[in-house]
Design a protein around this ligand. Structure first.
Ligand code: ADP
Length: 501
């Protein structure tokens, strides 16, 4: 039996009996490394599970880009060599550990794979990197003698875990675990040539046929294989779970997902309400709660305008956009109507990085509208907090949105979301009802620029002409439960169902 598949070696962080023990495996986790919502979920859901009595271990790569202050807190837990490739090529697996607020984080150390990227590079390097990571994660659980009831894998980077679990680790201690694969974003799937994946996984030929990895004559798809082998597949909202079974949203895997629909379930994300708390947020010039939001939000707005070089006027309607700048986020719609979004009563603040065509377009609009538009082309955690607090509305007009966190954060900060009715945006933002004043935000359905503009204008009209109604919505949004508690309980039900099966 190869070293990585041995039953156990030394180590041993024993688990209390009958506790529900879950291993999280994914490619990013706040505060160590985050490029988007996956990083938030890998941080917040384990903490919520621990509050509800589960034991959780989070396994992520020890990327070079993880800040030194965290590396300094890690302790060495052991190392071994693991065979990986078709030709038996073996790699070093080191384990560095850090415990934070009851969650154990195990970082897999291998400089050959994890010294590059931020944390991703390009598929050519990322495919071998995450083949290695998926197999090493299971080997690490055996090595540490910490055998979870359920292994909860996230996105394509951990997509091979359910396959390795059955094809290589059956009969080893970790083989008793069940697996869940969560789709945070189906657009990214880990697709490469069949021979490339065969080489790097070392997995047997029978897996490279259509039911598992194969997706075209010469292409293999890591996510597709994981979805086939996982005991359950979840995604991050009920609407997205339905949408991905259709051609438009299915990214080529709609048929595969429809075939596996009996094990597919949508559980909406929450946010960490301690991390995102406007009353204790140290990054805000004027922290506030529901009791003083109407007054103090103005101060945050004035400070934001000052910081970004916008005309300082608390009466302006400030629209924020905090986003990766990719076509997924509906930026073609924003571009199409941008000149009409801005007027003498309205300012727009954009924070994001990504596709140069959007970065350049927003820089152009900033130049054209000095004092009314700011395009901050950066990833900047502190400014994101200040925009959530200082803006009146947050724009999320996505083409597709598995769940979306920014609209949840916005509501928690009393900032009214303007969203397209897709995926989790549809499930979390109840449209404003002009008749009775109920709702959480302004919405539009079809992916059309005029409809986006109409939604913004409807919001602006309520803000400027019916402030009482607007303020009620601000308070209603702040009171809305966007925490993880409810969703974590649904995950625990799913874990228990698998444990009892
Ligand atoms: P996705 O995962 O598709 O990028 P989500 O809405 O699920 O979108 O999560 C986005 C997360 O990343 C939020 O926490 C948001 O505040 C953060 N974020 C996005 N862009 C930036 C940025 N430029 N600077 C700081 N935070 C950002």
């Amino acid at each position: 039996m190869p070293v990585n598949e041995q039953r156990t070696q030394s180590g041993g962080a024993g688990a209390p009996a009958r506790q529900c023990n879950i291993a999280f495996i994914g490619s990013e986790c706040y505060p160590f490394v985050k490029t988007g919502g996956l990083g938030d979920v890998m941080y917040a859901l384990p903490r919520a599970l621990i509050r509800q009595g589960c034991g959780v271990r989070v396994i992520i790569p020890l990327y070079n880009c993880i800040p030194q202050k965290f590396k300094d807190q890690m302790t060495y837990r052991g190392s071994f060599m693991m065979d990986l490739c078709q030709d038996g090529r073996a790699f070093y697996v080191g384990i560095m550990e850090l415990v934070m607020d009851g969650v154990i984080y195990d970082f897999i150390d291998n400089r050959e794979f994890f010294d590059w990227g931020n944390p991703y590079t390009g598929l050519w390097e990322d495919i071998p990197k995450y083949c290695y990571f998926s197999k090493a994660s299971l080997a690490v659980l055996n090595y540490l003698e910490w055998i979870p009831d359920v292994i909860h894998c996230h996105d394509w980077q951990a997509g091979l875990v359910p396959v390795y679990l059955r094809a290589r680790f059956d009969g080893t201690p970790v083989g008793s675990a069940r697996s869940i694969l969560t789709i945070h974003n189906l657009r990214f799937q880990g697709i490469c040539g069949i021979q490339h994946l065969k080489y790097w996984t070392g997995l047997p030929d029978y897996l490279f046929d259509y039911p598992v990895f194969k997706q075209s004559e010469d292409e293999a798809n890591m996510f597709k294989g994981g979805l086939a082998y996982a005991d359950r597949v979840t995604t991050v909202s009920a609407t997205y779970a339905e949408e991905i079974q259709t051609t438009f949203y299915g990214e080529g895997l709609n048929g595969h997902l429809w075939y596996h629909r009996a094990k597919l379930l949508g559980i909406v994300n929450g946010i960490d309400v301690e991390l995102w708390n406007s009353a204790t947020d140290k990054l805000l010039p004027a922290p506030y709660d529901a009791g003083n939001v109407l007054e103090l939000k103005k101060q945050n707005k004035l400070a934001l305008q000052d910081k970004l070089g916008l005309e300082q006027d608390a009466g302006k309607f400030v629209i924020g956009l905090v986003s990766r700048l990719t076509d997924q986020k509906g930026l073609d719609l924003v571009n199409a109507v941008f000149p009409e979004l801005v007027d003498e009563n309205t300012q727009v603040v954009i924070l994001g990085t990504g596709d140069p065509r959007y970065e350049d377009a927003f820089r152009f609009y900033e130049r054209e509208n000095k004092g009314s538009v700011c395009a901050y082309i950066q990833y900047n955690e502190a400014l994101a907090h200040q925009i959530y607090a200082g803006a009146d509305a947050l724009l999320v007009p996505s083409l597709f949105e598995p769940c979306g966190l920014t609209q949840l954060i916005a509501m928690r900060y009393g900032t009214v979301p303007i969203v397209r009715e897709t995926g989790g945006l549809k499930d979390t933002v109840q449209p404003y009802n002009e008749v009775n004043g109920e709702g959480n935000g302004f919405t539009f359905d079809r992916y059309e620029a005029d409809l986006l503009l109409d939604a913004v204008n409807r919001g602006k009209a309520v803000y400027l002409e019916n402030r009482g109604r607007w303020d009620e919505m601000v308070l209603r949004d702040m009171a809305k439960d966007v925490s993880w508690e409810n969703s974590a309980a649904q995950y625990i039900d799913l874990y228990r169902e698998l444990m009892d099966a």
